[in-house]
Ligand binder design. Sequence first.
Ligand code: PHE
Ligand code: FE
Length: 296
Amino acid sequence: MDTSPRRVEHQQTDKGYVPVYTTAVVEQPWDGYSADDHATWSTLYRRQRELLVGRACREFLDAQDEMGMSEHMIPRFDQLNEVLGAATGWTLVGVEGLLPELDFFEHLANRRFPVTWWIRRPDQIDYIAEPDLFHDLFGHVPLLMNPVFADYMAAYGRGGVKAHAIGPDALQNLTRLYWYTVEFGLIDTADGLRIYGAGIVSSKGESLYSLESAAPNRIGFDLERIMRTRYRIDTFQKTYFVIDSFEQLMAATEPDFTPIYARLAGQAHLPAGDVQDGDRVFQRGSGEGWADGGDV
Ligand code: PHE
Ligand code: FE
């Protein structure tokens, strides 16, 4: 078996090299992982767990233990699926990498979470631009054990199918919600702010920065505010949004978004680093080290 870590082929077009997405669900080739692959998992698992105790929310850390994830080896999807299926009815499916949006939404709507089966190379320990096994499995999967978050993700999938049919602006609004919650969300707990976003927990640098740096804004969750806000894909976030609870997130996203999309269509988009009147500000960022431009 070919065990080179990079599976998404690239094709040369007039826009430069673009990834060729494959939509197929694949069996996790667990026996094909090399000793290096397992060692990369171990290194990252140990390092992040140590960092995340007291930084990630309890639900996240407890779920990793409950699922039997450990530093010893790359987990088997079929073993995780037994625990996950019993807890919340979700199933992990193996994929080669990022899926086209509609395929992704349809998986989520049916409680299937696509997990990239390959893991980054040893020289990519600190940073990799695209999602790999460590990001998807370590970062996203644990909270699928939480009944409320599990329902949120499935509702997001159904919402995605709908937004896709409405059009690109609706999709952009919805994508920002995913970005600022599922990927880069913080949660306010009795013990202080904690991380729940998968993009943060799978990054050493951002696990520290998101909670401890004076540079970024930390602002209370507000659905429409988030839907208007651009974000960063090549640097740490300029703003993190803070939920009070997963129940709050679920309740805020319950209403039909169709009229919200229509209303937002007439409003200006906000720069990633803006603080607005009416924001519930946990911290106004110093903005130190922020790159100019580059918000998407
Ligand atoms: N209520 C949203 C809609 O009508 C769906 C949704 C739920 C989206 C949860 C995101 C998260 O489109
Ligand atoms: Fe992700």
